[in-house]
Design a protein around this ligand. Structure first.
Ligand code: UD1
Ligand code: CA
Length: 445
């Protein structure tokens, strides 16, 4: 059975020292929030509510862009995590299943851990908390256990010296039935060191009522919380390390793993070779057997089977490289299809275009897609050969098997099979070169 996820993302994140809300900071090419939303979806959330506050407009826009079905709840004042959860109540009107509360600043919680929590709920535990053994418990809420029973969560600021010694800590993730959760929250006060309504207080209240509470343990890496820019850098490193390990395990060759950067949504097929210093921005898919050569920068693109990209290639959003196509050094491709077996091997810009199968784009060819106001599209058929250093002034259509002479500036369509020359005719003047040079040298003496 599906559950509802409440994602808390209202906090300012003061320690980030940023005008941007914390959950909008980039991690593996996407906002931190995207990681948490993905976890919820993969664990089977049938509803998601994001609680916004600081920079709420930006956060809700990002959340809706990631998932149009997501619901937004506003927390006008940040009175604590418990208060934040209460703001999601209206959005969940009529929902009767389990709820899992996730924090927007804790991006690495695994869907499997949420699955274990739901299983513990199904076994009859009323409140289930995700805990971890902290190597340094400083700052975390402590889980006070009696055998398997969780008795209370004590916030660090409210811990007695004895409680400070506990190293079993709260990740922040809590699971309970909708009705249980909101009725417990109704009873939470703000009589604590921060004067806030703590979500964590529901445990002690539940125990007084005779409800059962327990904790599931996850790895400490999953609970890494991002509060500062150093935490964010650490989180990025941790993500990249596991993405590299995952890629190697999936059968991708990474010549120098430490120099390759992935995004949260990078998809790489089998037997792909990735040379050093390759950056995957968001939205990249690489099919089986492709070869990404060194120093390439890719985002929002699709590379088909057996294609070779780089070294030093830049593929921007909408670049679609056909099977066994070739994109060489210092080539930039944006919103353009390079057909099956087609080649753009040296120093070119291809924007807003379609290049048919087996065509060859010579060195230094530029697609002039922008007139200063509008973007225009060009289409090339199959087996077209464009001579080096030509400019194609879009929009133009070039038919299959056409041949464009080197250095041409093409401003109108070229029919299939034609040879098109759009450059000044060459003139040779007999002996004139040497005579001119001799004259100049004589002057220098
Ligand atoms: C919280 C837990 C603590 C746990 C730790 C794990 C509470 C009271 N404490 O502490 O037990 O060990 O996380 O990282 O829950 N937020 C809102 N509205 C608010 C306050 C917070 O949306 O009014 C959001 C924040 O944006 C953040 C999350 O809730 O995403 C956690 O809040 P934060 O203030 O960072 O809690 P911690 O002090 O880290
Ligand atoms: Ca935190």
């Amino acid at each position: 059975m599906g559950f509802a996820a409440i994602i808390l993302a209202a906090g300012k994140g003061s320690r980030m020292k940023s005008d941007m809300p914390k959950v909008m900071h980039g991690l593996a090419g996407v906002p931190m929030l995207a990681h948490v939303m993905k976890t919820a979806t993969e664990a089977g959330a049938i509803k998601k509510v994001v609680v916004i506050g600081h920079g709420g407009e930006l956060v809700s826009k990002a959340a809706l862009a990631l998932d149009a079905e997501v619901q937004i709840a506003e927390q006008a004042e940040q009175n604590g995590t418990g208060h934040a959860v209460i703001q999601a109540k209206t959005a969940l009107e009529g929902f009767k299943g389990d709820i899992i509360v996730l924090y927007g600043d804790t991006p690495f919680v695994k869907p499997e851990s949420l699955g274990k929590m739901l299983a513990a709920r199904a076994q009859g535990n009323d409140v289930v908390v995700l805990g971890f053994k902290a190597s340094n418990p400083e700052g975390y809420g402590r889980l006070s256990m009696s055998g398997d029973s969780l008795e209370a969560i004590i916030e660090h600021k409210d811990c007695s010296p004895e409680q400070c010694e506990i190293d079993f800590c709260n990740s922040g993730v809590v699971c309970a039935n909708t009705e249980t959760l909101f009725s417990l929250l109704d009873e939470v006060g703000s009589n604590n060191a921060s004067g806030e309504v703590y979500l964590t207080d529901i445990v002690a209240i539940a125990r007084v009522k005779g409800l059962s509470c327990t904790a599931i343990t996850c790895d400490e890496e999953e609970t890494l919380g991002v509060n500062s820019r150093s935490d964010l850098a650490r989180a990025e490193q941790s993500f990249q390390e596991s993405a590299r390990t995952q890629a190697l395990e999936n059968g991708t060759t990474l010549v120098a793993p430490q120099t390759v950067y992935f995004s949260l949504d990078t998809l790489v097929g089998a037997d792909v070779v990735i040379e050093p210093n390759v950056i995957f921005g968001p939205g990249v898919t690489v099919e089986n057997g492709a070869h990404i050569r060194a120093f390439s920068h890719l985002e929002g693109c699709h590379i088909s089977e057996g294609a070779v990209v780089g070294p030093y290639a830049r593929l921007r959003p909408g670049a679609e490289i056909g099977a066994f196509g070739k994109v060489g050094n210092f080539v930039e491709i944006k919103n353009a299809v390079v057909g099956k077996g087609a080649k753009v091997n040296h120093l070119s810009y291809v924007g807003d275009a379609e290049i048919g199968a087996d065509s060859n784009i010579g060195a230094g060819v530029i697609f002039c897609n922008y007139d200063g106001v509008f973007k225009h599209q060009s289409t090339l058929g199959e087996r077209v050969f464009v001579g080096s250093n030509s400019a194609l002034v879009s929009p133009v259509n070039i038919g299959s098997d056409a041949l464009i002479g080197t250095g041409s500036v093409i401003t109108s369509d070229v029919p299939s099979g034609d040879l098109s020359l759009a450059r000044a005719k060459q003139v040779n003047k007999t002996g004139r070169g040497k005579r001119l040079m001799d004259m100049l040298r004589a002057r220098k003496k």
